[in-house]
Each structure stands twice: as structure tokens, then as C-alpha cells.
Design a protein around this ligand. Sequence first.
Ligand code: PHE
Length: 342
Amino acid sequence: MKEKLELIKHNTLDAISKCASIDELEQIRIDIVGRKGELTSILRSLKDLSPQERGEVGKLSNVIKETINDAIDNRKNDVERALLTNRLSEEWIDVTLDKESEFTSNNGYLHPLSQIQHEIEDIFTSMGFAVLDGPEVETEYYNFEALNIPKHHPARDMQDTFWTEDNNLLRTHTSAIQVRGMEKNEPPFRVIGPGRVFRYEATDASHENTFYQVEGMMVDKDISVSNLIFFMKTLLKEIFKKEVKVRLRPGYFPFVEPGFELDINCLICGGNGCSVCKQTGWVELLPCGLVHPNVLKSGGIDPDKWSGFAFGLGLNRLVMMGYGINDIRHFQSGDIRFVQQF
Ligand code: PHE
């Protein structure tokens, strides 16, 4: 009888140590030490033994029962821990991962021109401007005539472009959106119009045939140059995260009167003079001015009642200044190493 008990103990402990499933371990417990288990039925049959044997075998089978129960409990713990470790190693997410890391940046990201465009849209919408769109293939009317640039005006030479066979053109500036803005809105209104523009140009480090602008226009009662300066300074302060000094120089554009070139204090040298500002301390940033009465008229607005300002901000230039990019051709190069830096 004792041998039989030892054999059961040996086989059961062996089975337990090889078992890797909680359910199977439970089944072993039922088969061996359960109510109808092997060991239990031996204990039940003790009554047939002599009193001395009964005592020894009884003691032994109780010890074995305890050993088996302990072995099952320990093995269960091991199996549970192993399952958990397995799950943790398969399902882990590294919440401390840097958002700029290789792992996440492979998911895609916005081109620096889109990033700056979105930033400018946010700044202007927070100041009550609506964002307008316009077609990249424009009519001569929207791109030139309505902007006080009639057919043989010399200003057209500055903005040579690509023409379609049906006499439309790739817009040379987002100012075409101004005209659409005036047609769509009753004054007073404030709009910006971001977009891609085209010029028929020989390309070099600072000239490209395709680039990006954001047009801005505000029409209201008694708009003056000081309103223009206020909005430009607010924009620049938001973009560059500091107070930026500006100055206006006269500039000629047929659709504004007076027209200006707005310069900013060179951010590289702080105005002392360096190679970026060509030792002048100033960098040309954006053309602007008060909307010409003829332009208001072609937009159906009475220039005796209303006035406005307009500006055209070049996005490529802005990104180039912000990041120290020395060649405008990088933007459209399609070189992944370029865009991956932002
Ligand atoms: N449209 C002009 C250009 O692209 C810029 C400009 C816009 C000038 C608005 C004055 C007012 O050159």
C-alpha cells in the first residue's frame, strides 16, 4: 500500500511539473485529491486495514495529499506569472516614447509650409478673419484686371506666368483671392487666403516657379496704415514669439495706394548688421498697403464709404528665415531628408 501511495505521489508530482495550463492543473487536483480522486478513494478504503497499518497509511496519504495540493498551487502561480509576462512583452506600449522619434515620425507629418500655413490661419481666425480659398488656374480678370493691372500694364512683366490654351493662367499671387473675397462679402469683413502661386521664372537659390503665399484683406470704416501695422506686428509677435520691430518703405503695387514693403528688424543679428540682412539690420518681409479705390470698385464696394488694407505674405521666405534654410528649391525637391528635419 505504501509503495502504491509513493508511486501515485511520484507520478502526480511529475505530471504537475510538466503541466503549463491552469485548467489541466485543476483537472489533476480533481483526479487525484478530489472527492472521487485516486488518493481519496485509498483513504476511504482504510477501514479494511489493520489498525496499525491504518494509522501509518492514513498519515502518509494525508502528507502526500498536502504535498500534491502545495505542488499544484505553486505550479499554478508559476504558470500564471509566465502567462502575464508573455502578455506584457507582447502588448507593451512605450508611453514615454518621444513624439519626435523615428518610430512615430514614420507615420507621416506635415511639410513645414503646411505647418506655418496652419499656424497663420490660427492666428488670423483668432482675430476674426475668415479663411478663403481660390482656384490655382485663374482668369485674367481675377489675377490682373480686377486688381488694377490692365492688359498692357508694365506690372504684368514682373509676374510672367503659365497660360492655358483657353487664355486662363496659373495665378501669380494670392491677391486674386482678394477679389473673390470682396464679391462674397459685404463690408465690413476680414479675410485671409492662403495658397500656391506660380511664376514663369529662371530658378535659383531664392527664386522658384511655384511657391506659397497668404493674402490678407480687411475692409471697414476708416481703415488706415496704423490698422495695417497693428495686425502685422501682432502676426509677427505670434510667429516669432517675441516683439519684432518693423518699418515701412514705399513699394509699388497697382492694387494698393499707398503701397509698402514691410521690413523687420533682422532676427539673426538683432539689427546690428550681418550677412543675412546684408549689413543693413533689416530684412524685407511682406508687401502691403491700403486697397486702391479702383480695386474696391471692381469688388462692388463704394470707396467713399469703405477703405481697407491688404498684404501678401510669402510663406517660403518665412520658413527659410525661421529655420535658416539657404535654398528655396529644397521645398519642392521631394527629398525626404529635407522634410524629415521638421
Ligand atoms: N500680390 C503681391 C505679390 O505677390 C503682394 C501684395 C499683396 C502686395 C497685397 C500688396 C498687397 O507680389
